[in-house]
Write a protein that binds this ligand. Structure first.
Ligand SMILES: NC(=O)c1ccc[n+]([C@@H]2O[C@H](COP(=O)([O-])OP(=O)(O)OC[C@H]3O[C@@H](n4cnc5c(N)ncnc54)[C@H](OP(=O)(O)O)[C@@H]3O)[C@@H](O)[C@H]2O)c1
Length: 458
């Protein structure tokens, strides 16, 4: 996607990226490797410092050892070493922010333009404390567009929670300073949805209920909840996956052409699409894998769902009647993520033996690949056709070219763009849909680990 930005910083003197939650799983597994990519590829600043913030009494050297010895970190610590400093701050203890303030004064001294990104890789319970303390210590001031704060998903545990957090932030900061993270929007194949839909005449022409028979959005995992039982048992699959990632993908698939590629235009198009989503309880299911209740941190009587199979429709003249399935869960047969668009039979399909509906498959993981399945001549002098795949596999053809989603998000934040970040109105619309599902619960079942929901090769 060619991203039109709201603010473009040409060459800043100094970039300071501060990570709250620097000892956490997300930072180790995702954020530090993404920052490593950024160090290797970004040239938009003269100097960079990554400030790792945590409660533990580490020196910077000790923190680097902690990272490199952690199983969660798979990057190259030597790339990060020259840029990383650790400082001890307890998010809930205002006096400890003085450490950060002192460090920032030293880092900013003599610099003309300093861009500050505060990334909150912590749970939403800490968002308001950290935001208030950053304001009180003047590390961030309202309206300074060179100081921004990113809030990791989930943006609140409930709709009420999200509204409360948002109301506070919108009062204390300018909208351009608030970034709400949904890292799926940074995945290249998801960014590519807009390009595919709106830059290809034939895809655009058949993207409606006259031609589409069914759409599936699938994110399935083989793993269970790993060591995140206490967290997962609070949120379940609806909050963890559907409210954010799956509904964002759906919005991109059914939104109208935005006026431009500017963040606000894309966000508005997605909001309008989400407003039209209707959930159909009678054709939906929620499930829990056998053994979930014995997982560490999980309530032995928990009714939390680990699987969702949700049928929705988009109630517009263009999409009415197309069954759209949102399918996601843990402990399933495969680890994969894809979008499958199945088209209706061609007017002449009855003339050809072996004819199958055309399909467009956008594979997000494990590979990044687009496949268009067409019927094509099987044997000369017969009326037999076979499904033939036209495919472009970005990750197989250009190994290493597909970047970690979080590096795309950091690049946007550096340049003051928000195309890959949902607005609060999108988040609110997605919560409305989750509330519809909670109000009208579908059937619930217990499934065996390894349950097979079907794949895109079937
Ligand atoms: N892990 C993922 O793949 C992933 C993906 C998407 C979203 N998320 C979300 O991102 C957030 C963080 O996830 P995580 O998996 O990294 O959790 P985690 O491993 O439990 O890490 C939590 C982090 O928060 C820090 N923390 C807690 N209380 C603090 C305080 N008072 N002051 C300063 N730091 C404090 C912890 O520091 P200590 O070491 O001092 O406890 C730790 O660094 C969660 O909301 C999660 O849902 C995670």
């Amino acid at each position: 996607m060619n991203l039109a930005g709201t603010l473009y910083i040409k060459k800043m003197n100094k970039l300071i990226i501060t990570i709250f939650g620097a000892t956490g799983d997300l930072t180790l597994r995702k954020l530090l490797p993404a920052l490593e990519t950024l160090i290797k590829t970004q040239k938009d600043y003269e100097s960079l410092t990554i400030v790792a913030v945590g409660r533990r009494a580490f020196t910077s050297e000790e923190y680097l050892s902690f990272v490199s010895e952690s199983n969660a970190f798979s990057g190259d610590i030597n790339t990060l070493r020259p840029y990383l400093v650790y400082t001890q701050v307890d998010a809930l203890k205002p006096n400890t922010y003085e450490n950060l303030k002192t460090l920032f004064s030293a880092l900013s001294s003599g610099k003309q333009s300093v861009r500050k990104i505060f990334y909150l890789a912590v749970g939403p319970d800490l968002f308001l404390d950290i935001a208030s303390n950053l304001l009180d210590t003047k590390l961030v001031t309202k309206g300074d567009l060179n100081s921004i704060i990113a809030f990791e998903k989930p943006f609140g545990h409930t709709f009420e929670d999200a509204r409360f957090i948002n109301a506070f932030l919108e009062e204390k900061f300018s909208p351009a300073q608030i970034y709400r993270v949904d890292h799926y929007l940074g995945k290249e194949m998801i960014q590519n949805i807009i390009d595919l839909r709106f830059s290809n005449t034939f895809i655009h022409a058949i993207w409606n209920n006259e031609h589409i028979r069914e759409i599936k959005i699938v994110v399935s995992e083989k793993d269970g909840i790993l060591n995140r039982g206490a967290y997962y048992d609070e949120v379940g699959v609806l909050n963890d996956m559907v409210q954010s990632h799956l509904l964002q993908i759906l919005a991109l698939l059914v939104m109208d052409i935005p006026h431009s590629l500017a963040s606000e235009d894309i966000q508005n198009a997605k909001i309008a699409a989400l407003e039209k989503v209707k959930y159909i309880a009678s054709e939906s299911l929620l499930g829990q894998y056998k053994g979930y209740r014995n997982e560490l941190g999980v309530d032995p009587d928990s009714l939390i769902s680990t699987l969702a199979f949700l049928r929705v429709e988009v109630q517009t003249p263009k999409y009415n009647g197309i069954p759209i399935y949102l399918i996601t869960g843990k402990k399933l047969a495969r680890k994969e993520a894809y979008i499958e668009v199945i088209f209706k039979d061609a007017p002449g399909s009855h003339l050809f033996a072996g004819s199958r509906p055309n399909r467009l498959i956008i594979e997000i993981a494990p590979e990044s690949r687009i496949t268009l399945e067409l019927n094509s001549l099987a044997k000369l002098h017969t009326s037999e056709v076979v499904p033939t795949k036209l495919e472009h596999c970005f990750s197989c053809n250009f190994p290493g070219a597909i970047k970690e989603a979080y590096s795309a998000l950091f690049t946007e934040m550096i340049h003051g763009r928000k195309t890959l970040f949902p607005s609060f109105n999108e988040i609110a619309k997605a919560w409305d849909i989750i509330c519809q599902i909670r109000d009208e619960k579908p059937r619930y079942f217990i499934y065996e680990p390894g349950f097979d929901m079907g794949g895109n090769n079937d």
